[in-house]
Design a protein around this ligand. Structure first.
Ligand SMILES: NC(=O)C1=CN([C@@H]2O[C@H](COP(=O)(O)OP(=O)(O)OC[C@H]3O[C@@H](n4cnc5c(N)ncnc54)[C@H](O)[C@@H]3O)[C@@H](O)[C@H]2O)C=CC1
Ligand SMILES: O=C(O)C(=O)Cc1ccc(O)cc1
Length: 310
């Protein structure tokens, strides 16, 4: 009889089952990574949806109930909730279990989650750099992490076997895994993700506030660059509020540089310095091409709703 290898984890508990939690549930099931997948969701409607979609084997109202007997715990709520969830699960989490997360900011995980966990529990923070502007358990898809980066930011004294298991988890879901310090992660993501989202929120806000331009004109003529900004600016308000509040220093640093560079462009336009504009636009076009060539574009399957970028 052929021997079957046991799944990587006996029981995985997803705390929060929105876009990322549901995508993980689907990707983990597809790859047979856990014997059992359970979740915690505060609303009865979300628990019912998770069960109806077959995302999980059981759904609990309380995080402390979901983590009992789990050897993998994934925090997949907005990051502002991480500290309270860690305080709730700390007393009941199993010895030897791995606690990871998918939050978009990383230094705050070591700060807010670490102190609540017993010493025999392994904290390995992570961030899949993959997503869409959609939220909730119905927006997930198993392919979300394929060929996308997942950044792990374990503390210096992390248990290497626990780190290896989290690397194996993401690799089996199709991701490319990179390791760095939480501080470096937060600086890099401030410029590649957080400030771009702030700019999108701001430009859509500015356009909608313009008295001389009606709302219907904003919608009607949004085929220009504005349309791409509206996709980003449709991202979840709670999630993004928490990101800015928890990556304050790096975002303010990058925003300072952004404002300086914008001022230089403002001058170039004012003084008719076409070469300055042309040189920058040539450089940025090359960056876009290298992103496309590297295949770093998320294509959500069409579930009868608009795909990202449409
Ligand atoms: N949306 C995206 O594109 C990406 C998000 N992330 C990170 O993943 C995490 C989850 O984001 P999404 O799945 O997009 O959000 P989502 O809004 O789709 O799902 C979050 C879920 O957590 C639940 N929740 C909120 N507070 C809770 C609490 N205290 N206890 C239990 N459940 C709670 C919400 O009801 C919701 O079902 C965030 O920390 C975010 O920074 C990471 C990569 C990409
Ligand atoms: O939809 C998009 O373009 C995104 O940028 C998704 C996203 C949002 C937050 C993250 O931490 C990582 C990826």
């Amino acid at each position: 009889m052929a021997e079957t290898t046991p799944p990587l984890f006996r029981r995985a508990a997803l705390i929060g089952i929105g876009l990322i939690g549901s995508s993980m549930a689907l990707a983990m099931r597809r790859a047979g990574l856990a014997g059992e997948i359970v979740c915690a969701a505060r609303s009865a409607a979300t628990r019912a949806t998770a069960l109806r979609l077959g995302l999980v084997d059981a759904a609990f109202a309380e995080a402390a109930e979901a983590v009992r007997g789990a050897d993998l715990i994934v925090l997949a709520t907005p990051i502002g909730a991480f500290g309270a969830i860690a305080a709730e699960i700390g007393p009941v989490v199993e010895a030897g279990a791995i606690v990871t997360d998918v939050g978009s900011v990383k230094a705050m995980v070591l700060r807010d989650v670490g102190p609540h966990l017993p010493l025999n529990v392994h904290l390995v923070p992570g961030h899949p750099v993959a997503g869409t502007e959609h939220s909730g358990p119905e927006s997930g898809f198993a392919e979300l992490f394929e060929n996308r980066w997942c950044i792990l930011t374990p503390p210096e004294d992390a248990d290497e076997r626990a780190v290896d298991k989290v690397v194996a988890l993401w690799a089996a879901m199709g991701a490319k895994v990179e390791r760095m310090t939480a501080q470096h992660h937060d600086l890099v993501l401030a410029i590649t993700s957080h400030v771009p989202h702030l700019i999108a929120y701001n430009i859509v806000g500015t356009a909608s506030d313009l008295e001389a331009v009606t709302q219907s004109e904003v919608i009607k003529y949004s085929a220009g660059g504005f349309r791409d900004f509206t996709r980003i600016a449709a991202s979840d308000p709670t999630m993004w509020r928490d990101i800015f509040l928890n990556n304050k220093e790096a975002v303010l640093e990058m925003l300072g540089r952004f404002v300086e560079d914008l001022t230089a462009l403002q001058r170039a336009i004012r003084w008719g310095e076409g070469d300055t504009l042309f040189d920058l636009f040539t450089r940025t076009r090359a960056i876009r091409r290298s992103i496309v060539d590297a295949g770093q574009e998320t294509q959500a399957p069409d579930f009868g709703r608009r795909a990202p970028g449409e």
